[in-house]
Design a protein around this ligand. Sequence first.
Ligand code: G6P
Ligand code: ZN
Length: 569
Amino acid sequence: MSFPVKEIQTKPFEGQKPGTSGLRKRVKVFQQEHYTENFIQSIFTSIAPLSSEFTLVIGGDGRYLSPETVQTILKIGAANGVAKFIVGCQSILSTPAASNVIRKYKANGGILLTASHNPGGPNADFGIKYNVSNGGPAPENVTDKIFAATKTITSYKVIEAPPVDLNKIGETTFGPAKVKIIDSVDDYITLLRGIFDIELIKQFLESHHNYTVLFDGLHGVTGPYATRIFTKLFALPESSVQNCVPLPDFGGGHPDPNLTYAKTLVDAVEANNIQFGAASDGDGDRNMIYGKGAFVTPSDSVAVIADWAEEAIPYFHKKNGGVKGLARSMPTSKAIDLVAQKRGLEYFEVPTGWKFFGNLMDAGRLSICGEESFGTGSDHIREKDGLWAVIAWLNILAYANSKSPNKLLGINDILQRHYSIYGRNYFSRYDYEEVSLEGAQKIVDALNQHLSASSLSNKEFTSTSTKEKYTVKDLSNFSYTDPIDKSVSKNQGQIVEFTDGSRVVFRLSGTGSQGATVRMYVERYVAPGAGDEALKKAAKDGLKGLIEVALDLSNLKEFLGREEATVIT
Ligand code: G6P
Ligand code: ZN
């Protein structure tokens, strides 16, 4: 049978530039005639010619517009020469699960339909992201090519074939291509079983019935994965998971696991004295660990995991290759650096964006990494992995408790132990969402002016309320040269360092879908010798003075016309 390829005329749309994690826009934008088709064709144009065996994985968080977009990808992909599609049942594959599927089945790439933690539904966001054969997000040289193709596109190719039933597991044909619909969860469970000491976790939870556990899927994609893990692998009751049915609009919520948006988790933990609570975002790559009276900042989380990994987690046992190196994104606190230094491991500081970890992992120099934006993961795949981080914590807790027969250790005990060894990096992030581009640019320009005139050097700032004094040591604009492929990424955020080792970072978000989002990151280090009192403060108290200084030196409130941050994490 031959399948005629139809060529449909189109014109370029402006602004189809993939951001930190693919193209993210309002659903209405994607619904414009040819808009989605143009972008998908541009992906294929930029990777052409496709090999005769070219295999493409399709998945996503199941948000509004996903099923119809899968059909569009099948039509355009088949017309562009994709030989085989591997598609998550009901168009669902969490981002980490998709990364695993790409690697496991040696696919050439994958298209993930997600806008991550952004709300979904007809009036909210949609996204299209391309991942390459290592399972990770496309690097900038690929996304640049995609963007270039979107600017010159004049037509896209489709084949005409009846839609594929995305709910039916099994193999079928679609025009000249094969389509395999797979169970969304199975491969991921197999992966996790090979990483963690599932038996140890199960035993720990069984023998400590009063150590209650709750996972909140926020109606994102992790629901079916978490339900299998918590209720089957760990044999916990149904009440250990909530909001675990994926919904196209996430139940109207904002599926981002932080203290503001994961309110359903925070409320349940507080009301029911849950010792170990956790949540994940819309597409399953982010995580938050939050128990009664215990919040783990993502920067601390990755440092703790890195510190315990070799002992507690089988995948990282010495006999399985051990921990090779550690890394964090630039704005993430330096807590993990201290672990690397003590353990004699290589460590890296990369720009914001998980794609920057991929080359280091492929080169065998990086095992565990994380970002302040609630992303934690390892080289088991090439995306961050929300459930991986949650189970890593459970594995560490189970292991630590197996060595502590007389005292039940919880999240806070693990954290305090860490601070007593390494000191504490107080950390907080202030987000100013949907501000004007002009206002955001003013902050950047003003800092750049300070940079060129060295006008902040040695300048002393005094916080209004605490009267602490901070003297600027250095102001820089973060630029990164990838140690493996030597590619250079410039203007990745401005860093103000102070003489006491504290720092403030200003960055424009690359993931917003409307206006600009300014992020201000503050970090202050307190050495272990400073004593319990100094190490045990709430982050907002430990950082109070520094935050005032940061707002003062950047003139942020005035430039943005905002008194308060939209979200503080
Ligand atoms: C996504 C990326 C992360 C990144 C985060 C924040 O989740 O996968 O790597 O840290 O977005 O990016 P932004 O540019 O909004 O700060
Ligand atoms: Zn995400």
